[in-house]
Design a protein around this ligand. Structure first.
Ligand SMILES: [Zn+2]
Length: 108
């Protein structure tokens, strides 16, 4: 099943499911094919890496791992809370995202 995703890079989101529930971060990358998002400081995993050209000693590297986008919700700057959003079409045909609660425009 395909879920519609209204998330974009640089969005501020709150994690609503999983081990980082309650944390807030910025989206670094959206993977539409896998329906996952990479969020700053969320879902940090430790990877054991072999010595390489970039990292001569090898060892443990910590980095973000993508989470399903159903696990995060977009934050509204006015509500200061994760909110549902709706799409609104402007007169010029441009689509913008709007908070369902307070009607604040989320796209700048
Ligand atoms: Zn709002």
């Amino acid at each position: 099943m395909k879920i519609k995703c209204n998330l974009k890079k640089d969005d501020k989101v709150k994690v609503v499911s999983g081990k980082d529930t309650g944390k807030i971060g910025k989206i670094l990358k959206v993977d539409r094919k896998k329906q996952r998002v990479l969020v700053e400081n969320i879902n940090i995993v430790k990877r054991h890496s072999r010595p390489s050209a970039q990292n001569k000693q090898g060892g443990i590297v910590e980095s973000e791992s993508p989470v399903p986008w159903s696990n995060v919700m977009l934050m509204c700057n006015k509500c200061m809370a994760p909110v549902r959003i709706k799409m609104q079409r402007l007169e010029d045909g441009k689509k913008i995202r709007v908070c369902r609660k307070c009607s604040e425009v989320i796209d700048a």
